[in-house]
Design a protein around this ligand. Structure first.
Ligand SMILES: Nc1ncnc2c1ncn2[C@@H]1O[C@H](COP(=O)(O)OP(=O)(O)OP(=O)(O)O)[C@@H](O)[C@H]1O
Length: 326
């Protein structure tokens, strides 16, 4: 692993992860606080679209403020000193934690809590008019039982347009069709996550992009209560509805959040949102306007549970998250 150029104010301790876009180090900041320091690969900086995705992640992570979105301390979106300093999660991403559990399965209350936190993060993004586009265990971080959604590289504001993207195990049928993503396609991915965490397995399996596409478009998984009888009936029903073929038939993330909290024996309250991110979103548009996104490109062999699953991002050169519409 080549040593990257130092970032003033941070001391690297050791590498802790590697994704398709970046290398992540455990580091300390000037106050001695541990952070996860994300640095784009040299190759990321050389490919315009990949560099823009990293820049998008930095800008949006610094903009959004929510207890269940991975907290960004500081960042530089572009250039050789590009970085993003994030809250450090000592146990890594949820897929890494699940891999170490006997049977790969959480206890139901733990799963409900994580799902409620992620539903809360999505309700916040959707309230601001943004879509995440990449909800999956690889992008969920958990510490002391509480979860946060990370990796905002593919997130965009729907009013401004953005590039369609997703991971084939979690992607909504309409994304396979080449349609735009929406809050409803995030809810579909949340539905997959509900099945995965509450039943111990993702509902759709496949050895290729095509097999997964057929599964998402034609198969309806059995109710969650059949796979795990201890799952609350309303949660099971909403998980099924989240996987509806038609986006309009899916519940909202907030409806799911409320049901998950009720299943935990809590009284769900209305969430109050910090609107600053919406305001600054107007100042920093994140994509082209009004274009239907092109169909996602294919990946031939998705990794079964790897953390670097191929994404269905199209190879187009035109998307610049920071350019205003002409
Ligand atoms: N905040 C964090 N705390 C602890 N570990 C982290 C954190 N962020 C990332 N990591 C580790 O680094 C790995 C790579 O991070 P990530 O998947 O976000 O990279 P990426 O290159 O942006 O992803 P992608 O492959 O989607 O482009 C993760 O799988 C995880 O092990």
């Amino acid at each position: 692993m080549t040593e990257p150029t130092p970032i003033p104010g941070y001391t690297l301790i050791r590498p802790i992860g590697r994704g398709n876009t970046s290398l992540v180090f455990l580091a300390t900041d000037q106050a001695g606080q541990q952070v996860a320091l994300k640095r784009p690969h040299t190759s990321t900086l050389k490919i315009q679209e990949a560099a823009e995705r990293f820049g998008n992640e930095v800008r949006l992570t610094m903009k959004f403020r929510h207890p269940h979105i991975v907290h960004g301390y500081a960042g530089t979106p572009f250039g050789p000193q590009a970085f993003l300093a994030l809250r450090y999660y000592p146990h890594g991403a949820l897929n890494e934690q699940l891999a170490e559990l006997p049977g790969g399965r959480l206890r139901v209350p733990e799963a409900l809590r994580i799902l409620a936190d992620i539903a809360s993060a999505l309700a916040y993004l959707h309230h601001l008019g943004a879509v995440h586009q990449d909800v999956k265990t690889q992008n969920v971080y958990v510490d002391q039982g509480r979860a946060a959604l990370g990796d905002l590289g593919n997130t965009y504001f729907t009013a401004q347009g953005g590039q369609v993207s997703g991971s084939p195990y979690y992607m909504a049928p309409e994304i396979f069709h080449g349609e735009s993503s929406s809050s409803a396609s995030d809810v579909y991915s949340l539905g997959i996550l509900m099945y995965e965490l509450l039943s111990g397995a993702r509902p759709h399996q496949g050895n290729s992009y095509e097999e997964l596409m057929v599964a998402h478009m034609t198969r309806l998984p059995p109710p969650l209560t059949h796979l795990n009888p201890s799952v609350d009936r309303l949660v099971s029903r909403l998980a099924g509805q989240a996987l509806a073929q038609r986006p309009t038939e899916r519940p909202t993330a907030d409806t799911i959040r409320r049901a998950l909290l009720s299943a935990l024996g809590e009284t769900p309250e209305d969430e109050v949102y910090d609107e600053t991110a919406r305001t600054s979103a107007t100042m920093f548009p994140t994509g082209r306007h009004g274009h239907a996104p092109p169909a996602p490109s294919r990946t031939t062999k998705p990794e079964p549970a790897g953390r670097n699953e191929a994404k269905a991002a199209p190879k187009t050169g035109g998307w610049n998250p920071f350019k205003r519409k002409k």
